[in-house]
Design a protein around this ligand. Sequence first.
Ligand code: 4AD
Ligand code: MG
Length: 430
Amino acid sequence: MKITIAEAGNHAGKEVTIGAWLANKRSSGKIAFLQLRDGSGFIQGVVVKSDVGEEIFQQAKSLTQESSLYVTGVVQEDSRSPFGYELSVTGVKVIAEAVDYPITPKEHGTEFLMDHRHLWLRSRKQHAVMKIRNEIIRATYEFFNEKGFSKVDPPILTGSAPEGTSELFHTKYFDEDAYLSQSGQLYMEAAAMALGKVFSFGPTFRAEKSKTRRHLIEFWMIEPEMAFYEFEDNLEVQEQYVSHVVQSVLKNCQLELERLGRDTSKLEHIQAPFPRITYDEALKFLHEKGFDDIQWGDDFGAPHETAIAESYQKPVFITHYPTSLKPFYMQPDPERGDVVLCADLIAPEGYGEIIGGSERIHDYELLKQRLEEHNLDLDAYKWYLELRQYGSVPHSGFGLGLERTVAWISGVEHVRESIPFPRLLNRLYP
Ligand code: 4AD
Ligand code: MG
């Protein structure tokens, strides 16, 4: 019977066949250990010379790394392996031999591995990160579906810029100019007026010349938008959503977290509610910590965010940023014109901002004024303004960056390992 490695537990004591690749092997005169992987998981195949005979044993010993195989054997419970099972091999059929596989068990440099990303994805650590990414996506759909949100897909080719014009990828759209989407938010606002509570999940593009462990040129964002949700309602969805995602990974990716050596005690207490501090409070805290050169109106950089996050065990909301630091669409604080009803959610352990969100301006005149102040073309935003002419309501939303979230939960240092094929400042290959 042909099974996958993940299904091995249902076949203990039975003979099965697994289509697999040879991840690694070691052998002595009498016994060979084959580390097998098939995408669903990893299992050790044990080939004992006295059981299989000379011919099969020699064949097993000569297998090369990453050759593809059909391996037949009996599934055995094995309490020593984290997976819980191993395979007593009875036969091996080579499908395709791999010669001189470039990624060997020795240490390779990052640039070498990135050049071989198409193969690097097969390794245990990368496999674990991709599984965690998949679980985060699954838990995202689960969370929003259970809460009555509809998934809506905003366009990728757009004529306007939600987050400011400097970081747009320009392209031709026949005779017109177009840009690759840097956020689906404005379209999601239209969708929220049609469907109430909506979320998107798609690629976004930023032509930012940033080369840090938190920046990608192409990244994936989850963007919920909710009609009739005000500032505080928005924060509550965010903390519930992030808690759900973390708890789902803890529950469903135990093997992967273990393989990555993730300290799961740091994830266990990620449960709503999350602490909230205002920009002003954060600034005061930074001054107390000796960050002297930062002043009211300056944006926080990575060292500032890390210092703030270090005083909390959970992600922390920084709220009420100065209006001048944020995009045109954010609702001003009714009590103070110089700050907006926004929040950035800062992840623990130095992973930085994982969510940006706000209440949106729903007053037509105010929005028009803000567009003008930002020198934006009113014609391009005509449709967006019309949302405020026909039954405008208070509404809020946010965007969660998937790769930063994957990096944080997996505990990998750099976002380049949290997306299958990263697009970085100096990298478009493979
Ligand atoms: O804070 P940002 O720019 O917010 C928006 O785009 C809003 N329009 C979202 C909304 O309200 N619907 O981006 C949101 C998140 C950030 O918190 C961060 O996690 C991620 O997207 N992000 C990036 N991730 C990787 N590389 C980059 N260059 C990123 N820029 C933003
Ligand atoms: Mg932001």
